[in-house]
Design a protein around this ligand. Sequence first.
Ligand code: SAM
Length: 451
Amino acid sequence: MDKNEIINLDIIDNGMNFEGIARLDNKVVFVPYAIKGEKVKAKIVKNTNNYLLAEIEEITKKSKYRKQDICKHFDGCGGCVGMHIDYAKTLDMKKEIVKNVLKKQGLDSDLVNEIYGMGTPYNYRNKVQYPVRRMKNKNVMGMFSEKSHKLIEVTDCSIQDKEINDVAKYMFECICNKNIQGYNEEKHIGDIKNIMVRKGINTGEILCIFVCANKDIVNSKQMLEVCNMLKYKYSNIKGIVANINDKKTNVILGNKNIVLYGEDRIKEKIGEKTYYISTNSFFQVNTIMAEILFSVLKDKLKLKKEENLLELYSGVGTIGIFLSDLVKEVYGAEIVQDAVEMAKKNVKLNNIKNTKYILGDASIEIEKLRNKGKHFDIIVVDPPRKGLDTKGIETILSLKPKKIGYVSCNPATLARDLSILSKEYTIKSVDLFDLFPWTKHVEVVTTLELK
Ligand SMILES: C[S@@+](CC[C@H](N)C(=O)[O-])C[C@H]1O[C@@H](n2cnc3c(N)ncnc32)[C@H](O)[C@@H]1O
């Protein structure tokens, strides 16, 4: 099979990245943008010992789930996947992915409930980070195209909150007007690397962040004028921050923040609780769906006022604080110092008296708590993509909480961990949430009860 050869393919499945999958002479063929059930003529662009990669030339039989993507940037921008597929179908596909990984671990896939999707799966993100680059003597703001470092101009990302897009565009317009230069990666020169905007969707508060490659721009007259223009146009801007990132690195944010106007943080509300969001702090990017997820978790855990709850991987305390009124006591453990400090501020902000956050590795902190003789009726975990580690699981099992709530952003590691936990726990429910429409990601909440 030669490169550039045109082949006819039947698309038999879709993969984890929504790519079409076909078979040819016992080899797997990956066909981006093809949908299960379609027939395509495709050009081979890569031939390895294990698989072929082919690009669609013509769709000879179209899937009924194929739709016109509504985002003008989808073709080229690397931000989203699956915008050519009917939204309800993408939800089914995500559900299938979770069922399959559970089956692979010998778990009961019938436990998977319907996925909670969004009524309007657009303009949901409460945070944007647009790179700004100097190209051909002009500033460009946009997104890096899929699997490359080429910046393409993006002005109206359709998954961002509309006002966030407007503010980001205006921030860009202001720096261009004041002759502030975008970053040149090759020469490592220029003033601004990124424009970032965070918004409290339920409070309307906005935080503007300029990620600066050049420290000197921070106190310049031009920057002062930019801040004045922004304040004047948007009265809901609560803070403007310069984040200093003068290193040659792909990491977006540096560690140092200088407040140029107002506060270094904004507030967001989830349910009855209010949370601070700052430049560097982790916060769920889809406020609406996060509230639904936390509410379902709350209902499924059936909390009682006399119970103690431990929250591992607690971030800024979002889940523990959300659940704190319903239990006797909440302990949280989190490894990032800034996040723990923010969690403590969030506890105060909500005038909560029964919740404590500890700085440290989840597996080590839980062991220390056990050694001190602490008992927990409920343990809620929300680990990063790599899931729980062996030591953490062993300690959870030795503490024998009555109930476990597992919030996961990676079904594969969730299934791996559930296969161990389920030896001593019964899986009671598996609920899915589309926190990130038009991406391959799905959030899963599992509740377990001690056998
Ligand atoms: C998916 S986030 C969950 C945050 C929080 N539950 C929320 O909804 O905002 C995972 C968190 O785990 C933290 N983390 C990563 N590794 C950790 C470890 N070994 N021990 C404790 N926390 C860790 C990260 O800093 C991050 O805040």
